[in-house]
Design a binder for this molecule. Sequence first.
Ligand code: IPE
Ligand code: IPE
Ligand code: MG
Length: 237
Amino acid sequence: MSDSKRIPQHVAIIMDGNGRWAELRGRQRYEGHAAGIEPIRASARAAIRHGVGYLTLYAFSTENWGRPAQEVDALMELFCQSVIHETPDMQRQGIRIRTIGDCSRFSDKVQAHLAQAEELTAGGDKLTLTLALNYSSRDEITRAVRKIAARAAAGELAPEQIDEAAVSRALDTAGCPDPDLVIRTSGECRLSNFLLWQASYAELWFPQVLWPDFTEEEFDRALDEYARRDRRFGLVK
Ligand code: IPE
Ligand code: IPE
Ligand code: MG
């Protein structure tokens, strides 16, 4: 390894443990979600400080609709409030906000706030912050296959032209490099339907810390761990 520390180009985080954080304090689960906003700011700051170009955050899975309506409603309200509140600061920091996932299932209000945040931050060149909302890999891949099949049926694409690059281009993450490091907080060691195609060769890191307690120092620790890993990509080194 060279002397200069190896920095991932793209870090993806499964922000888990909000509910447990709240329950441990005898509070409502939504309070744990609200406490999960500051760690987003901290992670974005740390990413910029390290020169990480892409940060992707799993905020709401397609499976999360199955939670009690009260919790889902509180999350929707939190998305609206935080997008409105955080956008000017993100804009100042040169953060470009984008989303992956099927946002068409969200209310018009949520979609309008997200679209506005994307538009206002479109010029950000320090960090691309992607929010995975109503996201799951299987849903994303299914939608991608549908797009490809429609092009093939229209005669625009021959089956032999469908290669890995074509599949990547049909995913919501088109144009974004694959994640080098996936972090999941709260000690759970699973991917829960997150970036299954894109994380094929990602390094995985599962710290015990609950998401609301995640700090810039935790982000630094994850990058230290990443720098120690030996990525082989199936080769002999
Ligand atoms: C992650 O925290 C946030 C979302 C899934 C929206 P959880 O709400 O899953 O927290 P735990 O896993 O119950 O502690
Ligand atoms: C994954 O966390 C989804 C998000 C962090 C948004 P979950 O808490 O929903 O995942 P499981 O149910 O523990 O696998
Ligand atoms: Mg969870």
